[in-house]
Design a protein around this ligand. Structure first.
Ligand SMILES: [Zn+2]
Length: 214
């Protein structure tokens, strides 16, 4: 099987070469990674950082610029749900830095956005990270009001744009839980803060906000 499969992989590599998710450098056809050695090295050297947000603070791993920005934009807007397998594990050091958490959850998209996009990008990130850490991922929130994209809303209006847009999901029971709340990008932190507020008001013991990039 092995002998027959390799020429096929070699042909596939010529037709559809695997590329580093960040810098697009070609990867060997049998690469077991999504990133080239240089980008892997950079990721391994990245340490969680924090920014202040209305709900307190938010940790993130990477600066939202250049190749990271391009990869996240492709993930969100160009139908690349498979990128979650590469990007989700980058949340692991952030989750581990928050200490003991009981579950992961995410800042959800609205039903309309989900229908248009076909997937909820932050959910897939949370699920990929949860699998690596063996921590359950729970759908605790829902976005009951469709809002204008935060990226297209002036910074000073982003809090207002998402205020009251999130509520507890049906059957969600966050009472007493320490929750890692995940989003893909954090800018002003309005979305994460609004989601955290809902969880805290519903009795969550602690909510740790985190995003891939800022
Ligand atoms: Zn690279």
């Amino acid at each position: 099987m092995q002998i027959r499969a390799k020429p096929i992989l070699f042909l596939l590599d010529i037709l559809f070469p695997a590329r580093c998710l960040f810098c697009r450098k070609r990867l060997p056809y049998d690469a077991q990674t999504f990133f080239c050695p240089a980008c892997s090295h950079r990721i391994a050297g990245s340490r969680p950082r924090e920014i202040p947000i209305p709900a307190g603070s938010c940790s993130y791993l990477l600066p939202y610029a250049a190749n990271v920005r391009r990869a996240i934009l492709a993930y969100k807007f160009h139908n690349k749900p498979q990128y979650a397998e590469a990007l989700g594990p980058l949340l692991v050091p952030l989750i581990q830095a928050s200490g003991q958490v009981d579950c992961l959850t995410w800042a959800p998209v609205s039903t309309l956005r989900l229908l248009r996009r076909g997937y909820d990008q932050s959910r897939l990130l949370a699920e990929a990270a949860g699998r690596m850490l063996d921590i359950p991922v729970r759908p605790l929130l829902r976005k009951h009001r469709h809002t204008r994209k935060q990226s297209r809303t002036p910074r000073n209006l982003r809090g207002e744009n998402v205020h009251g847009a999130y509520s507890l999901a049906g059957n969600a029971m966050p009472e007493g839980l320490r929750i890692a709340l995940i989003d893909d990008i954090v800018t002003t932190g309005s979305t994460l803060s609004e989601c955290a507020r809902v969880l805290i008001e519903a009795g969550a013991r602690a909510v740790y906000c985190m995003a891939l990039a800022h």
